[in-house]
Design a protein around this ligand. Structure first.
Ligand SMILES: [Zn+2]
Length: 277
């Protein structure tokens, strides 16, 4: 498996769901974000890290605790871990572990490393900087997709890790809160004015310019506003019409239905087209 290389940023894209695992050689440390999916893919990432690490510390960042993002945690036992306080405190941490177990069972997968829920050394509750020499990670709590999501900007390369936000192949997945989701996106505005060069989403293609990042932010905002409008006006046709252009329509239709349900609940309304909610 050959990573996509761009200015010191190496991205391994999984065969599954275009899931991105990213390695940054940040001078005084190596940063690894969300190593994931198939056993061979995780071991390719492990070998790549071993090839460049030397005597330096490895920082392992988890953008959130959904199972596809923590599935590789056990392959990097020496890493210094970074995530949100909410991820560190997650009480139902057994749930993503069960999902990994079910996934591996379904496909007869054996992993040459333990499946575990990560223990976090830098558990971030408010915006904070994690620094090791020239390596500098700006960590911003970003709830909305999940309560435990974070955005992470690696300063030396100007790379933002957005977790499951701002994908070019997925619509917003608002599992947690649309209000928080929009507030989290708003935090990116000041970064766009200065240090941000590229964005690596959890799934999909890299956004390689501030213009493209801004386009994705506006697209997410527009989608959320339109879902909210359809819910407020109880307009089932408008809600359905929003899904007509999705790539991967089966999965995105599923996310779209969840988004409508979350926003309807926030508004104290029924999902348009569904009775007795
Ligand atoms: Zn997720």
């Amino acid at each position: 498996m050959i990573p996509y290389q761009h200015h010191g940023v190496a991205i391994f894209r999984s065969a599954l769901y275009m899931t991105n695992s990213t390695i940054i050689d940040a001078g005084d440390a190596v940063v690894l974000v969300d190593p994931s999916w198939l056993p061979d893919e995780v071991m390719s990432i492990r070998r790549y890290v071993d090839g460049i690490l030397g005597e330096r510390p490895l920082y392992l960042v988890f953008t959130h605790s959904h199972y596809d993002h923590i599935i590789g945690a056990g392959a990097f036992p020496e890493a210094i871990t970074v995530a949100s306080q909410a991820l560190a405190d997650r009480e139902d941490f057994q749930e993503p572990l069960n999902q990994i177990g079910d996934f591996d069972d379904q496909w007869y997968l054996e992993r040459p490393y333990p499946i575990l829920y990560p223990t976090i050394q830098y558990a971030i509750e408010n915006p904070a900087v994690v620094q090791q020499g020239r390596m500098k990670l700006h960590v911003l709590p970003a709830p909305g997709h999940s309560p435990c999501s974070i955005f992470v900007l690696e300063e030396s390369t100007g790379t933002l890790f957005a977790g499951d936000y701002l994908s070019d192949v997925e619509i917003p997945n608002i599992y947690f809160s649309s209000i928080h989701y929009e507030a989290s996106l708003a935090q990116l505005e000041p970064l766009l004015e200065s240090r941000l060069q590229r964005l690596v989403p959890g799934h999909g293609h890299v956004a390689d310019s501030p213009t493209e990042i801004r386009r994705r932010i506006e697209e997410s905002r527009h989608y959320i506003a339109e879902v909210r409008r359809a819910v407020t006006q109880q307009d089932a046709a408008a809600l359905a019409a929003l899904s007509s252009t999705f790539a991967f329509p089966k999965m995105m239709g599923h996310y779209h239905a969840i988004n409508a349900a979350v926003i309807a609940q926030e508004q104290g309304l029924a999902v348009p087209g569904e009775d007795n909610v």
